[in-house]
Ligand binder design. Sequence first.
Ligand code: FAD
Length: 384
Amino acid sequence: MRTTVVVGAGAAGLACAKRLRELDADWRIILVDKDRDAPYERPPLSKGLSGAAKPNGAAGLVDASIELVSTAAEGIDLGAHALLTARGAIAYDKLVLAPGSTPTRPHWANDDVLSLHSHADSLRLRDRVRDARSVVVVGGGYVGAEVAASLAAVGVEVTLVFRDRALFGSRLGGDVSALLAAVHEEAGVSLVAGAEVERVDGRFGEMTVVLSDQRRIDTDLVVVGIGSVPDTGWLSGSGLLGQDGRIAADACLRVADGVWAAGDSVSWQVVDGVPMTSAHWTAARSQGRQIAEDIVSGTATPFLELPYFWSMQHGHLVQGIGAIDAKVADVDTVRGGTETKPGILTTFRVDGVPRGAVAVNDPRGFLAVRAELDELALASRRAG
Ligand SMILES: Cc1cc2nc3c(=O)[nH]c(=O)nc-3n(C[C@H](O)[C@H](O)[C@H](O)COP(=O)(O)OP(=O)(O)OC[C@H]3O[C@@H](n4cnc5c(N)ncnc54)[C@H](O)[C@@H]3O)c2cc1C
């Protein structure tokens, strides 16, 4: 019997395993994950703090005859076609690497500074929040902003501290930034922009965040969400990693003979040779599914999907697609929505050509721009 081994039961690995089973009843599929709670989805973790149900994703795997092995992958023997794990070697015919990322821990983070990446992290955060009146969230990215919103919703006093001069300002542009900042402030979140944390003093219940300009913020709890790094340390020395620590793949997500990579931990070549990465759920899932299709059909398909993300902050939906960087693009904005749900659709143009878009509370407008961007991307690839 042919065996596909998938490392990581996250968005990419799980989608790959499930799609493989949909397409072929006979493959033996083994999903390896070091997180005992896997599989579960990460996006809901930051979008609310209520309910801490134990994930039950494993139940669906049994029905699909997908074997789940709870152990850490420790290396690969490419010559012997074997994944090396803490519980011994697992032979594969095809191997899919989808180990995702791990949150960045700054030098100033002691044990009482929480991160939010796993189900276990979310339980710990919920536990601590029960005894906290105030929380400082460090990091103005999507996870930081969503955590701030979720904490404000349960009545905790929240301060969101971030480096950018305006919330999401340098990437999403002034209009979206102003709207999101207003949404947070109306919900009671205090925004501290342009801030660099120098250190955190004290322990849970009595902590002080000291900024590099010596401002001090007293708080019960500190949560940090300042990004993540690929969880690929176990592959060092394998020859599969690029300089950025990601698994280096070709345009079809292939890494070596019979080996593919997907999700947050991969860097793949777009058709014009530029390396591309993603830290979003949709790309991870699509890559996993596409790899499954290539494994079954024996084809090699370039991964061409434009990067897409969504975020939910205080009930306001943010969606983005394509190349979004207000520092290098011309930005134009159309406003809409209602008084309680103001809408914005911002398009990012380079040399007059739309390259990306962000919408707040405008799923319809977003859909139209997305279709246009998909069409343009397809045309330029055909031309290339
Ligand atoms: C709190 C939070 C909220 C998010 N919200 C959004 C959102 O709203 N929208 C969006 O687009 N994206 C969101 N993301 C990002 C999204 O979840 C990721 O892009 C996506 O999960 C990446 O999928 P992946 O399969 O590459 O990695 P993951 O989903 O992280 O899965 C990787 C799996 O590999 C396992 N693993 C790692 N190393 C090993 C090893 N050596 N051996 C065995 N197993 C291993 C890990 O335990 C993990 O289960 C969010 C992320 C977080 C943390």
